[in-house]
Design a binder for this molecule. Structure first.
Ligand code: ADP
Ligand code: MG
Length: 697
């Protein structure tokens, strides 16, 4: 029976009970599924180390040597056993905290020690190492690369560990070698991209004969994984391209009169380019789905407005949707100012705080078509908000909107309106190609002229006096200051307390200044009021949680203090920093942390101090944290699971895979060709849930 149809239950070493666990925990139903459980690491059993070669705590090592002495320390529950192990030249400590009674040690015999070193008091030791008498060591224990498999809690409880997995898989290998597997990638591509054949790759990913072979096998399987994800994403894009979109070929009075009379500054070249890209989309007859990336302060608002005016020129309404009331208000205000009461364009604001009385005329004028541009929060996608002819939606900071909400928006007209998604969170290219792989991407990669880069400094809280003096001095010369505290849901109580304490302390330190405070728990009305006091300059300091993260624009606020900066991710720090540096003055961002920092945290702080470039920061964030945690994808996550490829490490391979997928689809968009049947079947089998911008309607 072939491996795909062989029930996992009937594989050697499995049986009904284990099969049940494997199905539940890993989704493994067949022998083939089992073979697709790839090791997450290998331990090199092919060489022996000397103690002096140990220089990190990441790698497992094996050392031959003997024990010179041992003794127990402490009593009762805290008792531990400490032994000295030597390879003949150097010594290292071995420690056991548990089962001290059962550890049997002997002097003057050779042991094979196996384990991962840990660091303690600037020295390496081994905690609970595996010790085997040399006389009992089996040859295969010290050969080649030993595969290790992830196991879940549920599996462990049922007694299935990495070794069990290995044992089950090793017994499938002879069958695999006899039968072979039908390759999932056509011969032409295998040759063109120098890939290993599937069966060989599967054998070698589990039991590689050496490192280069293992890498070749991994590369092949990564390619396959990335290729199918890209094929799925791009197929959706191709399908959607067949959707009709509203035609907006006219550049008319609304656009021109604004451009010629009200534009307060010349556009940057990047802004001009993006507008041309958008224009090309909306007059193409296809529905636009475009992601506009631009670092904080790069000037996305004006692009949004110009796009909205194009829609108006073509007889459509536009809406601009922001994630918070503060932001919606701000968009409304800055767009009102930009339009400067031009009679022809009617705009309105609709948020959660719009009263029923105010809503009435808005609803009417939307339906009559009198309102051209509606700005607001989620409130504008509620079912009872109806448009005469909505043709364009601009979504600011899209990551705060869920799929269902977008779907609602899309149902506001007979065809889905054009969509422009704006984000200030730069997304590394590899991530954009996967998470937003079916969106067209525009990038504003140029800041308006004359900006002074924000100066970023990192201090420990021991330097608080210096910081306070700095605040005093900056307010003295007329600036305003943000003080930001982290707030994450899990810790809400403690952190709100931190915020309150910080506020109280600032009040004590600066009795002669006025201080506002905002956090997510406040009523929208109070938040707005506090914010307004800061915007108007009535208060000098704003103490806040990350509610100010997105979009807020107070040019006179040129100092940002970030408390507990170690608790923020890189992208978030960068977003926060974007709140300053908006005026003509030199701005500062001060990262405050405790003194002792982990290696990763220190790296984050160093990167922030070193660069203002959002894309570099996003790349670094991806490297440090992996895509699951990246800002902007937190809510949505990756829509599919990557088993083996990594978006941070496999950029070049991803480019290749995308190119390969694109070539196939360019020639055969619906995969109808006989030659492409393997791809179509495999896609059906994989059922990858790709970002489904196109599928909602
Ligand atoms: P973001 O991309 O963060 O939304 P904004 O649209 O809020 O940025 O723009 C930031 C600031 O830069 C605003 O005060 C805006 O008026 C100004 N601005 C935008 N484009 C230009 C430009 N081409 N020249 C000068 N100033 C600009
Ligand atoms: Mg903005």
């Amino acid at each position: 029976m072939d491996l795909a149809n062989k029930n996992i239950e009937y594989c050697k070493g499995v049986g009904a009970k284990r099969a049940d666990i494997l199905r539940k925990e890993l989704g493994v139903k067949s022998a083939l599924d089992m073979l697709y459980q790839f090791p997450y690491k290998y331990i090199d059993r092919s060489r022996f180390y000397y103690i002096h070669e140990i220089d990190d705590d990441e790698t497992y090592v094996q050392i031959i040597g003997h024990i010179t002495e041992w003794h127990t320390v402490g009593i009762g529950a805290t008792q531990r056993l400490s032994a000295t192990f030597t390879d003949g030249r150097h010594t290292i400590e071995l420690v056991w905290f548990k089962g001290v009674k059962y550890v049997k040690l002997e002097r003057n015999v050779q042991y094979l020690l196996f384990g991962k070193p840990s660091r303690f008091n600037h020295q390496y030791n081994f905690v609970h190492p595996e010790l085997t008498l040399m006389s009992k060591v089996q040859p295969e224990m010290t050969q080649g690369l030993e595969p290790h498999y992830n196991t879940t809690e549920g599996m462990k409880r049922a007694g299935i560990n990495s070794k069990t997995m290995r044992t089950i898989i090793v017994q499938l290998i002879p069958e695999l070698q006899q039968q072979g597997l039908v390759d999932t990638i056509g011969m032409d591509m295998v040759q063109r991209y120098h890939l290993m054949r599937l069966s060989e790759a599967i054998c070698n990913i589990h039991f590689p004969k050496d490192t280069p072979t293992m890498q070749k096998a991994r590369e092949r399987l990564k390619f396959e994984e990335l290729f199918y994800i890209q094929l799925q994403i791009l197929r959706q894009m191709k399908r959607r391209e067949q959707n009709q979109g509203f035609l907006m070929p006219i550049v008319g009075k609304a656009f021109h009169s604004f451009y010629q009379q009200h534009l307060p500054f010349p556009l940057t070249n990047a802004q001009k380019r993006v507008i041309r890209e958008i224009q090309a989309d909306i007059k193409s007859g296809k529905q636009m789905n475009r992601l506009l990336q631009g670092d904080v302060g790069s000037g996305k608002t004006i692009v949004a407005l110009l796009t909205a005016l194009l829609a108006v020129d073509n007889g459509y309404q536009a809406c601009i949707m922001a994630p918070t009331e503060i932001l919606a208000n701000q968009h409304y205000q800055s767009i009102s100012e930009l339009l400067n009461d031009s009679d022809d364009i009617k705009i309105a604001l609709l948020t959660g705080s719009t009263t029923a009385k105010q809503r009435q005329p808005i609803h009417e004028q939307l339906q009559s078509g009198e309102i051209n541009i509606l700005i607001g929060t989620h409130a504008l996608i509620e079912d009872h908000v109806r448009f005469a002819n909505l043709g364009l939606c601009i979504i600011d900071e899209q990551h705060r909107f869920g799929v269902a909400q977008r779907a609602k928006l899309w149902n506001k007209n007979l065809r889905p309106p054009h969509v422009l998604v704006m984000t200030a969170t730069p997304i590394p290219r590899t991530l954009a190609m996967t998470v937003y792989g079916d969106l067209q991407v525009s990038i504003i990669d140029e800041l308006p002229p004359g900006r002074k880069p924000v100066q970023t400094l990192h201090y420990s809280t021991l330097r608080r006096t210096t910081i306070n003096q700095f605040i005093e001095q900056q307010i003295g010369i007329g600036r305003q200051v943000y003080v930001v505290y982290p707030l994450i849901k899990e810790n809400e109580k403690i952190e709100l307390q931190d915020l309150q304490n910080g506020y109280n302390q600032l009040c004590e330190t600066f009795p002669h200044y006025r201080i506002s405070m905002i956090h997510g728990q406040m009523r929208a009305k109070d938040k707005d009021e506090q914010m307004q006091r800061f915007v108007s300059g009535e208060t000098q300091i704003l103490v806040a949680t990350t509610v100010i993260e997105v979009g807020v624009n107070v040019p006179n606020a040129s100092v940002m203090i970030i408390e507990n900066a170690e608790r923020f991710g890189l992208s978030q720090l960068h977003q926060l920093r974007g709140r300053v540096g908006r005026g003509a003055e030199q701005s500062y961002c001060i990262l405050l942390t405790k003194v002792e920092l982990s290696k990763d945290t220190r790296k984050r702080m160093d990167i922030m101090v070193a660069t203002n470039d959002g894309f570099r920061i996003a790349e670094a964030d991806l490297q440090l944290r992996g895509p699951g945690d990246l800002e902007g994808t937190q809510q949505s996550g990756l829509p599919f699971e990557l088993r083996i490829a990594s978006l941070s490490a496999d950029g070049p391979l991803l480019e290749l895979a995308r190119q390969a997928a694109m070539e196939i689809l360019d020639a055969d968009p619906l995969l109808e060709d006989m030659h492409n049947r393997i791809y179509k079947q495999r896609l059906d089998y994989l059922r990858i849930a790709a970002g489904n911008w196109g599928e909602i309607s």
